[in-house]
Design a protein around this ligand. Structure first.
Ligand SMILES: Nc1ncnc2c1ncn2[C@@H]1O[C@H](COP(=O)(O)OP(=O)(O)O)[C@@H](O)[C@H]1O
Ligand SMILES: [Mg+2]
Length: 356
């Protein structure tokens, strides 16, 4: 792969001012025509070169925020600056200085990968003399060289996403917005995309990624913002967020996980005084304990429960994940809530640009 391809030939007009953050959004509000307050006072800053994650469940306001940042929606209130340009007064400069991969794939499936990228080059005004080389570089970057002349309709979901990502990059933007690029992909396809985004970021491209997969954000992002109901509830590095959960997590599976038995088991643990401070959460098949000393207390807890006639059939101690962070802050699991992206995407398609 020719790493020069991505950075060194970047159009000078698209270069970020290194002094300026890549993205600054201050108190953005977006209300759709039907009165839905999709974004309620979002503020965030993304530094140059950063890999930034925007995390939240379906309907939290991720796409609405991203569309506002890339100038597709006008906020009802608030200001946005991208690469030093105001979205309000310099929308053209903003649009030229970023790449955007929408939640819904925007490739033409009747065309081949090479033709799709060539078409994007035309749209973005890539000089004719540079097109061929740029197309080959991008095909190589996203691993589609071998199938470059096959029509996209024959591609797997992951290949289509990689092609879509390539078309968002033809003008070599210093900043890319990726809206749930891996939703619905199988683990292998997801890994390939991660690998590609990581390389992109290593070459210096600032990445703004939205996802409902917390593991993805944890793995890729320097910092993440968690959004719920149109409001950011936390912004920090994944490590800091996880350490704020307060200790390790013990997942217990009970033979009898009825509400009554689970409550009784939790009471046994509480009364045993094995843990100094702990929080409890019931699950489908038992309960979880979060406590600083959870790891050391495992065998003692096991004995206490055994003596109280509670049959534990499974036990797992682990460090907190971003899912636990979300659960602690909101009482909800963002991923569990929905895997029905397609319906929501349909709604979004029809709603594009309705906010004035
Ligand atoms: N065009 C639209 N008109 C009205 N409401 C919308 C429209 N698009 C999205 N919404 C609503 O705005 C909220 C945020 O949606 P969205 O930004 O798509 O969230 P996310 O990308 O996090 O799933 C949801 O309640 C959604 O139903
Ligand atoms: Mg979305």
């Amino acid at each position: 792969m020719d790493s020069q391809g991505i950075r060194s030939q970047a159009d000078s007009s698209c270069q970020p001012n290194e002094e300026q953050p890549a993205v600054t959004a201050t108190d953005i509000h977006v209300t759709y025509e039907d009165g839905t307050e999709a974004v309620r006072g979002v503020s965030l800053t993304v530094g140059n070169g950063e890999f930034f994650g925007f995390l939240g469940p379906n309907g939290a306001g991720k796409t609405t925020t991203i569309k506002t940042l890339v100038t597709l929606l006008h906020p009802n209130q608030g200001t946005v600056t991208i690469n030093g340009h105001s979205v309000e007064t310099k929308p053209q400069a903003v649009a030229e200085s970023l790449g955007y991969m929408a939640q819904e794939t925007s490739i033409d499936e009747e065309l081949t990968a090479r033709e799709n990228i060539r078409f994007a080059c035309n749209v973005y005004g890539v000089p004719a003399s540079e097109r061929d080389e740029r197309i080959e570089t991008l095909l190589d970057l996203v691993g589609l060289t071998d199938v470059a002349d096959k029509r996209a309709e024959n591609y797997s979901g992951g290949m289509k996403k990689r092609l879509d990502a390539a078309t968002a990059l033809v003008h070599r933007p210093p900043l890319v917005f990726l809206d749930e690029p891996t939703t619905g992909l199988d683990p292998e396809a997801r890994m390939r995309l991660w690998n590609y985004f990581e390389r992109l970021n290593e070459y210096g491209t600032t990445v703004f990624l939205t996802t409902q997969y917390l593991e993805e954000a944890d793995r890729l992002c320097d910092r993440v913002a968690l959004i719920q109901d149109g409001t950011i509830i936390a912004t920090d590095t994944p490590e800091a967020l996880k350490s704020a959960v307060g200790g390790d997590i013990l997942d217990l599976t009970l033979e009898d996980a009825s509400e009554q038995e689970t409550e009784r088991a939790i009471e046994v643990v509480r009364k045993s005084d094995v843990l100094e401070t702990a929080t409890f959460e019931t699950t489908d098949d038992g309960f979880t304990i979060t406590a600083e000393d959870a790891r050391e207390a495992v065998s003692e807890l096991f004995v206490s429960l055994y003596e109280a006639d509670v049959t534990v059939t499974g036990l797992d101690v682990r460090s907190p994940t971003l899912d636990d962070v979300f659960l602690t802050l909101t009482g909800e699991h963002p991923e569990a809530a929905h895997e029905n992206g397609a319906t929501e995407q349909g709604a979004l398609d029809s709603g594009r640009g309705v906010v004035e």
